[in-house]
Design a protein around this ligand. Sequence first.
Ligand SMILES: *Cc1c(COP(=O)(O)O)cnc(C)c1O
Length: 401
Amino acid sequence: MKKTTGTDRSITRNWRPATQAVRGGTWRSEHGETSEALFLTSGYTYPDAATPAARFAGDEQGMTYSRLQNPTVAMLEERIALMEGAEACRAQASGMAAMTAALLCQLETGDHVVAARAAFGSCRWLVDNLLPKFGIETTVIDSAVDAEWEKAIRPNTKVFFFETPANPTLDVVDLAYVCGLAKAHGITTVVDNAFATSALQRPMEFGADVVAYSATKLMDGQGRVLAGAVCGTSEWIEEVLLPFQRNTGPNCAPFNAWVVLKGLETLSLRAHRQSENALELGRFIEPRVPRVLHPGLASHPRHELAARQMDAFGPIFAFDVGDRAKAFALLDALELVDISNNIGDARSLMCHPASTTHAGMSAEARAEMGVTEGLLRINVGLEDIADVTEDLDRALSAAGF
Ligand SMILES: *Cc1c(COP(=O)(O)O)cnc(C)c1O
């Protein structure tokens, strides 16, 4: 059998990212299929009684049960790890399964977590509601102010948890500074890299310990399945994540893993083209509305930092039109862009975070993190950007801009 199918790390780790995205982790069956096989199976059979005994004892590699390992899911995990520059990765059922596992697997009663206040609504829910229920203390800070991180550290601080750029206000965290500070204090950083993906930003290059994903977004990229992933060192994955994951079962379904594998082949192309489209649209909108929040625009307070730590600025940005009535008028005037709260899709999608993705949190928490009543978030897709721009031009006019 040809050695370079994508499973031999001594070969694949030397491949450049575009090659890893197409071939990394590919594992061929005896049929030699070109596209990765979809193993829709929960269990496995054995040639004799000694084989499962050896596998369960850890003396022999091999499949035993799909909550523990599945060939299609394993291919996705290896490909994500290679693209991330991580030693290991485990796929999850969704982005929230990934965030929950990445936090709960390593935290216990009495620990303290410092988290960014600007975050995906459910990530904030974990910090504000779930962790405190188990006696884990949390402090929420303005992640874009470096000094706040150090100020929040306590003797029992175990984890820093943040997104960059953050959903939906596009706050940018200084990865090198915050990861370095964490290392100096023995704190584990958990970075939610869903907005950028490894195609645009690799937090481990800046010292991040754990990188967690919603693969539902840019990795799938065509709005089809829910999936997630957690990346870390082999030791952390084996000793910290896997005991939690194997026994609680937030696993990615093989079909979903297969869809995301196909998505990864084109991730870099899509992420770069969508970033170009988003920047062009952001520049068009900026003179028309009170405020645009886009790390690629010079008006973003951390534009230079974003340019240093990202290869491109991603497909998502936000802008403020003043109040809910104007935001709804603009959404209702769209002809091409869909009203939808998903992101990372090849389609341009727009939503009003205060009444959708961030509706579950208190008005005070929304105000504190900058999710105003006039804020709109857009995911810029792969359509011809001239068509998207014309649609926004018309919708802005209809809303009085
Ligand atoms: C969507 C999203 C999540 C949650 O992912 P799901 O796949 O929907 O569970 C977490 N973090 C960020 C930044 C997201 O955009």
